[in-house]
Design a protein around this ligand. Structure first.
Ligand SMILES: *Cc1c(COP(=O)(O)O)cnc(C)c1O
Length: 368
């Protein structure tokens, strides 16, 4: 008996969608291999885990779980606004910043309208744009990085949203203040520019832009950030957008009620005060980055210099086989063939011991 034609029923944008490929969960590899000492360097999580005080606060909050969270996230929003130096009316919470990125597309892009992004840029942008059947323009990268010149030239009267990842995932490439402002200067009033700063807290270079600080001068700008990366709360799904009050009001119209959970709100609120933890995480990341880069050099491998908590390394041949050999040694990294980078593996910076283990496993994997 022929069932319904699901493909035909599906809206055009979703019909062609390739689902997001997450990093392999540790539990899954443990089941497959029957080994315990697995290290996961696949999803750009903070290897330290959440700070003790944050874990304690989460444990103390479980009694309230029968209740819906405060939909406005009032307390945390006030604290975050003060921290960022903006009004609470400029913040939109998301179930991870991925959700905020999707809200932007839902609020501003109709089918056939243009969304501009870079080749090798974070895949959530294309997923969100394709789902609404947008005219998605993927601008070829230059040395793995966003080519802002060509991206600006791709913006036309039909363009609604431009996505910029700074630093970008999976390449780790970045854009400095001068380049970003030169780009923003070229954006017409009918375009919203999203600067995705998921790894912002990992960068402390003086010429690295702070999109939140730029909001005052560029009203079409949206900055997005997350508690999933340096704040070590990926499992609780808290991200946010900062924008003008006008844009924020619109984003909050499409946001579902209670889209962020109560544990996430209290945990993120506490995490925001953990300045030493953030500094420590940044230091560990920098040291680990040097360690991995030196290891790659010893192995004769090229890598893309990165400002994130991850690095993409060219394994000199098809990366899938190397990925599999690493898995069998209990090391989970991320293949990025779905980004059009079939020779690269993206490796999240781990603790010193984990980086060591990953390099040893990589040497073994390449020796075959
Ligand atoms: C990880 C990541 C995000 C957001 O992740 P969430 O967990 O949804 O907050 C956003 N942008 C980039 C570039 C990322 O790598």
């Amino acid at each position: 008996m022929p069932g319904p034609d699901i493909q035909k029923m599906t809206v055009p944008g979703v019909r062609q969608l390739q689902p997001y490929l997450p990093g392999k969960p540790t539990e899954e590899l443990e089941r497959e291999l029957g080994i315990q000492s697995i290290i996961k360097m696949a999803s750009n999580e903070n290897p330290l885990g959440p700070p003790a005080r944050v874990r304690q606060i989460i444990a103390e909050q479980t009694h309230g779980l029968a209740r819906y969270p405060d939909d406005s996230g009032f307390q945390f929003k006030s604290a975050l606004a003060a921290y960022l130096g903006v009004d609470a009316g400029q913040i939109t919470f998301g179930n991870g910043s991925s959700q905020v990125l999707e809200l932007v597309v839902r609020a501003f892009v109709q089918p056939g309208e243009r969304v501009v992004m870079s080749e090798y840029a974070f895949v959530v942008y294309s997923l969100a744009a394709q789902a609404v059947d947008a005219d998605l323009v993927v601008v070829p990268a230059k040395n793995w990085a966003h080519d802002l010149e060509t991206m600006a030239a791709s913006v036309d009267a039909n363009t609604r949203v431009v996505f910029i990842a700074n630093p970008n995932n999976p390449t780790g490439t970045w854009i400095d203040c001068v380049a970003l402002e030169a780009f923003l200067k070229r954006m017409p009033d009918h375009v919203v520019t999203v600067v995705d700063e998921a790894y912002f807290e990992y960068v402390d270079d003086a010429d690295f832009p702070d999109a939140v600080a730029l909001l005052r001068r560029w009203p079409g700008l949206i900055a997005t950030r997350t508690f999933s990366k340096i704040y070590a709360l990926a499992g609780l799904r808290i991200g946010y957008a900062v924008a003008s009050s006008g844009i924020t009001e619109v984003l909050n119209r499409v946001r579902q009620p209670f889209n962020v959970n109560s544990l996430g709100l209290v945990a993120a609120s506490e995490a925001l005060t953990e300045t030493e933890f953030v500094q420590h995480s940044r230091r560990i990341n920098k040291a680990g980055m040097v360690q991995l880069c030196q290891g790659f050099q010893k192995l004769g491998l090229e890598y893309i210099p990165s400002k994130g908590n991850f690095i993409s390394v060219d394994v000199g041949g098809p990366a899938e086989a190397v990925y599999e050999r690493l898995l069998r040694q209990g090391v989970i990294v991320r293949p990025v063939a779905n980004y059009g980078m079939p020779q690269h593996l993206r490796i999240t910076i781990g603790l010193e011991q984990e980086n060591d283990q990953a390099l040893t496993a990589l040497e073994t994997a390449l020796a075959r």
